[in-house]
Design a protein around this ligand. Structure first.
Ligand SMILES: Nc1ncnc2c1ncn2[C@@H]1O[C@H](COP(=O)(O)OP(=O)(O)OP(=O)(O)O)[C@@H](O)[C@H]1O
Length: 339
């Protein structure tokens, strides 16, 4: 059963149940703090096909990382994950033991973090870490694990990968460290990679290269990817589909071109309008007025209504997620020619 805050991400040619790689319904990640219940993720539903690239976009604090961490079961206390359904590759994630989840991570589901040092151990050489990552999931010889690691480094654009294998993380540049972390994520040919702003700290040229390489590798291997970012411009060149998050909820989702050329939710309009272009050079950039409401004290009804240029009295009622065109859904009373 879906509630008004939930979104269902699917393409027009939706696979029948059982063919989805990932099916999440009603995901809620709430933090029970002394100041109250902080609803970091509040009823997110999403579906991903094998090999699909989804861009999860939204401003800082909208719950993008927490959605990714929840899927990986990496949320610490006082966070609590609840969902009506979370199925990955036919396996029920809600019933999975901590040990099984650990086995899943790094094998079929891998994460690339903003800070590569969340993946890398500063005290160990790259080769030791990569060989261990292979052998933790497959009974292969050290020589084979080493060879696979060298190949993985080569695939993410690391020059002279055999020599780089001997380096400690601190001997590599930020871009190289992130490439190593990506190579580790790809090592065991995962079915899904969740990338949480992995290029934000890097300079723009390197960002572009890494993005291109990750996309190419996912296409080659059929790996699905959830790319989490606040940068709609970057992800629109990468993703098949976008999901726009606001205040812990997905407010719009559609194939990328439909969002870029036909966004329906006023929040998505605001995100698109704030992308710098050649035409806006030297001019002040558009900013969505106001600030995201506190996740501890959400307004009634539409969470965006306090900042929305289209807000009307109706918006104190929560808008349902509606399909406006095949595969294009938005939760706004005023979208798609509605009232
Ligand atoms: N351990 C925690 N305890 C309480 N609140 C938390 C905790 N971790 C995250 N949050 C809150 O959850 C909300 C969502 O955070 P999240 O990191 O998912 O946002 P985000 O969209 O990924 O933003 P950013 O791009 O800045 O990482 C934020 O309000 C954040 O303060």
């Amino acid at each position: 059963m879906q509630t008004h805050t939930e979104t269902s991400l699917q393409t027009s040619a939706a696979p029948s149940s059982g063919e989805w790689l990932l099916e999440v319904q009603g995901l809620r990640t709430w933090f029970h703090t002394r100041r109250g219940v902080l609803k970091a993720v509040d009823g997110v539903s999403l579906r991903l096909q094998p090999g699909e690239i989804l861009g999860l976009v939204g401003e800082s604090g909208s719950g993008k990382s927490m959605t990714g961490f929840s899927l990986m079961n990496l949320v610490d206390e006082p966070g609590r994950i609840q969902a009506e359904r979370m199925v990955f590759d036919g396996r029920d994630l809600l019933k999975m033991s901590a040990d099984d989840y650990r086995r899943l991570r790094g094998k079929d589901m891998a994460m690339i973090f903003q800070d590569p040092m969340m993946t890398l151990n500063p005290a160990l050489r790259v080769d030791t870490q990569m060989i261990e990552a292979v052998q933790a999931h497959e009974p292969v010889s050290r020589a084979e694990a080493r060879e696979r690691s060298v190949q993985a480094l080569g695939k993410v654009g690391i020059p002279a990968p055999r020599e780089r294998m001997r380096a400690y993380p601190h001997q590599l540049s930020g871009g190289m460290r992130q490439r190593v972390a990506i190579a580790i994520a790809l090592l065991n040919k995962p079915k899904l990679i969740i990338a949480d702003e992995p290029t934000t700290a890097l300079d723009v040229t390197i960002q572009g290269q890494i993005l291109y390489e990750v996309q190419k590798l996912c296409r080659e291997t059929g790996t699905a990817l959830i790319w989490i970012t606040h940068d709609l411009a970057i992800v629109s060149g990468l993703a098949d589909r976008l999901a726009v998050m606001y205040a812990g909820r997905i407010v719009e989702t559609a194939p990328t071109a439909d969002i870029v050329h036909g966004a329906q939710h006023p929040y998505t309009h605001g995100l698109l309008a704030s992308i710098p272009t050649l035409a806006t050079r030297g001019r002040e950039l558009f900013q969505i007025p106001g600030a995201t409401p506190s996740l501890l004290e959400m307004p009634e009804g539409c969470p965006f209504r306090t900042r929305c240029y289209r807000a009307s009295p109706q918006c104190v009622q929560p808008p349902a997620m509606r399909e406006l065109a095949p595969g294009h859904e938005a939760s706004c009373w005023h979208s798609g020619g509605a009232a």
